[in-house]
Design a protein around this ligand. Structure first.
Ligand code: PGA
Length: 249
């Protein structure tokens, strides 16, 4: 069964007090039972937030992790450590990581493997740049990102992954892919998975859309047959907007 998921990616925003205030406002609101909401704050807030989220339906996510369990990797955090503080989801391969930290799909595949090994769920991001779309390379770009990042997994492992399609030109720009554009790529991702793993896996994996999702466009996007929710940046920093998006199914 495909799960409906809305994940808030806070990126490098909000200090501890600001973050707690936002989380309290979200927890004070009514969120529909049929949506799995995930909060992905900066690493430093995770362990404190886990306590605030106990006895709630919300899950905790991180925005990245290292591919090794431990070792001399100054400044890094491992999936094992994330698990130990109660994290359930790990966003991997966000386009900002790909662009500013030189991550590529093959490198990210090692992180995916390690996250799966620890029983956490990767939210694997893919998406084309504006130039790639203008040149008609968007389908091939997405196909290669999915293949190189995820196709080392077996069926059961892939079913534990969530995929987020985030066109780079729509992230933080206020420009959203139209529901038709988003649906077209989501269907293509499902078809790419079906060709490798069969229909059962393709039909049961959750694929989220990300890129300037707001309360005003979430309903239309989430109504598309292959869109199972959203990865939300800017609008996740406002409790009212985030909760409205979570309740948009
Ligand atoms: P945005 O970010 O909603 O601010 O466009 C989405 C994301 O980067 O995940």
């Amino acid at each position: 069964m495909r799960q409906k998921i809305v994940a808030g990616n806070w990126k490098m925003n909000l200090d501890l007090n600001e973050g707690k205030e936002l989380l309290i406002n979200i927890l004070d609101s009514d969120i529909s039972d049929n949506t799995q909401c995930v909060i992905a704050p900066p690493y430093i807030h995770l362990s404190g937030f886990k306590q605030m989220l106990s006895h709630t339906k919300l899950s905790l996510g991180s925005q990245n992790c290292h591919q090794q369990d431990s070792g001399a990797y100054t400044g890094e955090v491992s999936a094992a450590m994330l698990k130990s503080v109660g994290v359930e989801y790990v966003i991997l391969g966000h386009s900002e990581r790909r662009e500013y930290f030189n991550e590529d799909s093959l490198g990210i595949s090692f992180k995916v493997n390690n996250v799966i090994k620890h029983g956490l769920r990767p939210i694997y991001c893919c998406g084309e740049t504006l130039t790639q779309r203008k040149e008609g390379e968007h389908f091939e770009t997405i196909r290669v990102q999915i293949k190189n990042g995820l196709f080392q997994l077996n069926e059961m492992e892939l079913l534990n992954c969530v995929i987020a399609y985030e066109p780079v030109w729509a992230i933080g720009t206020g420009e959203t892919a139209s529901p038709e554009q988003a649906q077209e790529i989501h269907a293509f991702i499902r078809k790419t998975i079906a060709q490798e793993y069969g229909d059962m896996v393709a039909d049961n994996i959750s694929i989220l859309y990300g890129g300037s999702v707001k309360p005003g466009n979430a309903v239309e996007l989430f109504n598309c047959p292959d869109i199972d929710g959203g990865l939300i940046g800017g609008a996740a920093l406002d409790a009212e907007s985030f909760v409205a998006i979570c309740n948009s199914f």
